[in-house]
Design a protein around this ligand. Structure first.
Ligand SMILES: *Cc1c(COP(=O)(O)O)cnc(C)c1O
Length: 355
């Protein structure tokens, strides 16, 4: 594009960025570049250091989040790379409820004596501010998975900066269309691009974005030396997926809002967790964990599966996963609202809840 992409709305940048230069006869899509090495003398010498398909995807994500993006092999590869930004012996503030892989990685780091981890309730702003004293890394996720708690990101990110800590926000649930943490003061944003960004449950991919050149350099070096690189085809699929993020997210959010309001009056539902935005709703059922499992097994339109953010609606009793924190209720079902007709989703869920 010759016009400044910064003047265009995110929906337009999603579609227009990451394309080859506009020339008569040129392809409109970037090539899927399958090579392990390059002829000597150019900018890229070996494909663990760079690949043009990654660059195209990174151009889109970087523009949306307001920094420089790096694609990783999975969300966890981006999470792990971001945790390597602080040295051995660091104090880390992290949520009690977060993606369970993130929680497990921090537990492991604490057990090995690599980090001192201070777990906090993301809603308890004062408690978090107190925990930040002496901290080197502040890890935040908002809304949290699967409790859908919302953190006061502007306050917490400003405080992290004042405390001299590096801040990282896992923005997987909100996507850059609903929340841009770097503009609120975050140093790094991570995503499981496996979810809404790629959007079709057919690829694992991660991204880390930062506005700081020093952190970008560290993350890039980590990606190269730890080999946390994505496959070009996976990256190409995620780029294809992100083109439709705005329309998919709009539909997912509209469906989630509608279902959250209908579920609030459902006799078999004791609690609806819905932050007021986004495509995920968690519910607690009155009949306990056995009933929650029955709901998972009875649905016909919803798919009982882990993960979220795809075109198909997914339902999961999260405590099925052994590493899920015990503060997550046993009878909690996480719903990821996909692209199906909302009335079909409602009828299917309603019938399963009454089973
Ligand atoms: C799925 C997820 C991850 C991990 O991403 P993978 O792509 O599965 O490695 C990290 N954070 C959140 C919030 C997630 O939902």
């Amino acid at each position: 594009m010759t016009i400044d992409p910064g003047q265009l709305s995110p929906a337009t940048r999603l579609v227009g960025l990451g394309r080859p230069p506009r020339r008569p006869g040129a392809s409109v899509n970037p090539a899927l570049e399958l090579t392990s090495t390059y002829v000597a003398g150019g900018d890229v010498v070996y494909a663990r250091t760079g690949n043009p398909t990654w660059s195209a995807f990174e151009e889109v994500l970087g523009s949306l989040e307001g920094g420089q993006a790096l694609a990783f092999a999975s969300g966890m590869a981006a999470v792990s790379a971001s945790m390597s930004l602080v040295p051995h012996g660091s104090i880390v503030v992290a949520p009690i409820h977060s993606y369970n892989g993130t929680g497990s990685l921090l537990d492991e780091a604490a057990e090995q004596g690599r980090f001192e981890v201070r777990r906090v309730d993301v809603c308890a702003t004062d408690e978090i501010l107190a925990a930040m004293r002496g901290a080197h890394l502040v890890w935040l996720e908002s809304p949290t998975n699967p409790m859908l708690e919302v953190a006061d990101l502007p306050t917490l990110l400003a405080a992290a900066r004042d405390a001299g800590a590096i801040s990282v926000v896992d923005n997987t649930f909100a996507t850059p269309l609903l929340q841009q943490p770097i503009a609120m003061g975050a140093d790094v944003v991570v995503h499981s691009a496996t979810k809404f960004i790629a959007g079709h449950s057919d690829v694992l991919l991660g991204v880390a974005v930062t506005g700081r050149a020093d952190l970008h350099g560290h993350l890039l070096r980590h990606r190269i030396l730890h080999g946390a690189i994505p496959g070009p085809f996976e990256t190409w699929l995620a780029l294809r997926g992100i083109r439709t993020l705005q329309v998919r997210l709009d539909r997912s959010c509209a469906g989630a809002a509608e279902l959250a309001s209908r579920l609030a009056d459902h006799p078999a539902v004791s609690r609806v967790r819905y932050p007021g935005f986004g495509g995920i709703v968690s519910i607690e059922v009155t009949g306990g964990p056995a009933h929650a499992t029955r709901v998972e097994e009875s649905v016909q339109v919803w798919l009982p599966a882990t993960s979220l953010g795809g075109v198909e609606s997914l339902i999961e009793r999260r405590r099925r996963i052994p590493t899920e924190p015990t503060t997550v209720p046993q009878e909690l079902l996480r719903l990821s609202v996909g692209m199906e007709d909302v009335n079909d989703l409602w009828r299917d869920l309603d019938a399963a809840l009454r089973s």
